[in-house]
Design a protein. Structure first.
Length: 262
């Protein structure tokens, strides 16, 4: 447990003294815990994990390493206990129309989406990318996915890779590290720098794509559940796309009207 704790502390780039002060314990005691000379109580393990903002999945791992049973359940999406949360997700997705929105898990697997997402995927060359489980990041940057239609591919690719790298700094997941390496191998420009926004007056990195004869531009948001105590819920996020200009908003409204008429 001490080795895992030290790894998380170093990942957060804080000293023993800083962590001890934040957690309300002595630096000496913390040093003994990290070296294995002292066995922490269950409450201390959870306190240190909370202070370090360790993900729920990894808090269970810390507890097990310290000799305690896990505290956080990992339920399936169909579990009756999660029904209110999943109904809230569906409500958010439906209410976001005519703008696209999708629910993703820890690995950016697309779990749910509203009807506005489908038109954006109409020109995907490799249909196998749409077979479950669909990875939203792979779908966007794959050379036979959305990438050929993304107008600012170099900028968007850099944004995605930096976001993925920053996320993995927080959660330390080897699966995400492998995904980052895979996406970085796709063509589309350098990935060693943060994206540079070259649009005068921009407020966020836009997602710009060509669909048929239309040029669309979006800004994105991420919504997560507050104070989750279930691992599945803690790793669930909703990615929402908002039109960045009137032309895109009009396209989305017309696309939704066409679906209703059809």
């Amino acid at each position: 447990m001490g080795d895992l704790l030290r790894e998380w502390r170093q990942r957060r780039r804080i000293s023993q003294l800083h962590l001890a002060l934040e957690a309300g314990i002595s630096q000496r005691h913390l040093s003994f815990v990290e070296s294995g000379r002292a066995a922490p109580s269950r409450e201390m393990v959870l306190n240190l994990a909370e202070t370090l903002a360790v993900p729920l999945r990894e808090r269970n791992r810390l507890l097990l390493a310290a000799g305690y049973a896990p505290s956080f359940a990992e339920r399936s999406l169909g579990d009756p206990v999660l029904k209110p949360a999943m109904e809230a997700v569906q409500l958010l997705l439906d209410g976001h129309a005519p703008n696209p929105a999708l629910a993703i898990d820890r690995y950016w697997t697309m779990l749910l989406a509203n009807g506005a997402v489908a038109p954006l995927l109409a020109e995907i060359q490799d249909k196998s990318l749409l077979e479950p489980p669909v990875n939203a990041l792979r779908l966007s940057l794959h050379p036979k996915g959305l990438a050929p239609n993304i107008l600012n591919l170099t900028e968007w690719r850099a944004h995605v890779l930096v976001r993925l790298r920053d996320l993995n700094d927080l959660v330390a997941d080897p699966v995400l590290a492998d995904l980052e390496k895979e996406l970085a191998s796709y063509p589309g420009g350098p990935s060693s720098h943060r994206p540079k926004v070259n649009h005068s007056g921009s407020i966020a990195v836009p997602f710009q794509m060509r669909l048929g004869g239309a040029e669309l531009s979006f800004i994105t948001t991420t919504t997560v559940f507050g104070a989750p105590l279930d691992i599945t819920l803690s790793e669930l996020a909703i990615e929402g796309f908002f039109p960045a200009n009137q032309a895109t908003a009009r396209f989305l409204r017309e696309a939704q009207a066409d679906v209703r008429i059809g």
